[in-house]
Design a protein around this ligand. Structure first.
Ligand code: NDP
Length: 318
């Protein structure tokens, strides 16, 4: 016999700063939120080191510790936090909406808050896939330790690449930073930091042709896209830091998105095109993408969901 679906008032999908903040507000509003953590509990900040720009921590805090604090706070206030992935959804024109957990368990939700964040992009060259986990990584903070004292390379010219290059420079012998244009996209402060770090060599106008090595990374072949010159550099770690893709694929048949897959919300709110479905955090923000803005938008989503439910219940009881 099929189990009847569980009914919840407020379902939160994702466990970064947006999801946990939504949970804190929803729990305090007595919406009995159920939060599914997804594949990377705690989200992107769990693969970061120091967070120095989140207000309230005068000495900074480590990303994983901060996310642990978010979780504890959401838990203490009564969020039902569960390990699991939402693998598909069926949103109707009006709630209740249906979602499935790990391809099996069905949940029927009065309100859904999407806070699924974004994931790292890859170069998509064959050697990157072949050597993933054997010297290729998208997280310097997670894996840099394995290359202590060695030479490594990092691809990308944004703030993430600059920050991770600085991090790697502290533990590795030498860091090659592979930047495809003749300038970096990173903030001036971060550019200045990498340019002034002795053991970081920035290779501008340079693209990765192939990562070298059979079982483990042994080097990288790069191409200067102005001169066409190829060069092989011996390295043992290859880090990719070229941006992110929003984790919104499972919603695409129901929710309006832009061409990159970022969810469209009604300006000044977290409302999506579907009644009772709200979006917050990096899944709907390609501009700011900060922990503090994600948390702020999580608060908005919970308040919007709470107001939506209250007006619905009021209308039903009138
Ligand atoms: P960005 O999108 O800002 O930068 C991506 C970088 O990767 C760019 O230099 C881009 O090059 C390069 N790139 C993209 N695709 C490829 C490719 N296929 N091959 C080679 N290079 C490629 O991503 P980030 O993750 O760096 O940053 C995301 C956001 O988060 C930004 O808004 C950033 O400011 C913010 N951030 C803030 C931090 C902080 O404040 N402490 C820390 C980290 C991130 P090109 O410029 O040529 O397109």
């Amino acid at each position: 016999m099929n189990e009847s679906p569980e009914r919840v008032e407020c379902l939160i999908i994702g466990s970064g700063p947006a999801g946990y903040t939504a949970a804190i507000y929803a729990a305090r509003a007595d919406m009995k939120p159920v939060l599914y953590e997804g594949m990377q509990p705690g989200g992107q900040l769990t693969i970061t080191t120091d967070v120095e720009n989140y207000p309230g921590y005068p000495d900074g805090i480590m990303g994983p510790e901060m996310m642990d604090n978010f979780k504890k706070q959401a838990d203490r206030l009564g969020t039902d936090i569960r390990f699991g992935m939402i693998t598909s959804v069926e949103f109707n024109s009006k709630p209740p909406h249906k979602v499935w957990v790990d391809g099996q368990k069905e949940i029927v939700a009065e309100t859904v808050i999407i806070s699924t964040g974004a994931s790292a992009k890859w170069l998509n060259i064959p050697s990157e896939k072949k050597l993933n986990g054997s010297g290729v990584s998208a997280c310097a903070v997670c894996d840099g330790f394995f290359y202590r004292g060695s030479d490594v390379a990092i691809v990308g010219g944004g703030d993430t690449a600059a920050e991770e290059a600085s991090y790697l420079a502290k533990i590795c012998n030498k860091v090659y930073m592979i930047v495809r244009k003749d300038e970096m996209r990173a903030s001036k402060a971060m550019q200045h930091r990498v340019e002034n770090t002795e053991n970081i060599e920035i290779l501008y106008n340079t693209e990765t042709d192939e990562i070298l090595g059979e079982m483990v990374v042994e080097g990288v072949r790069v191409k200067n896209n102005v001169t066409g010159d190829m060069r092989e550099i011996p390295i043992s770690g290859f880090f990719v830091a070229i941006g992110h893709t929003p984790n919104t694929r499972i919603f695409k048949d129901f929710i309006d998105m832009d061409e990159q897959g970022y969810i469209k919300t009604i300006p000044g709110s977290s409302k999506t095109n579907v009644e009772g479905v709200f979006a917050c955090g990096d899944a709907q923000d390609k501009i700011y993408r900060q922990a503090v803005t994600a948390a702020g938008s999580g608060c908005m989503a919970a308040l919007d969901a709470e107001r939506y439910l209250s007006s619905k219940h009021f209308a039903e009881s009138a």
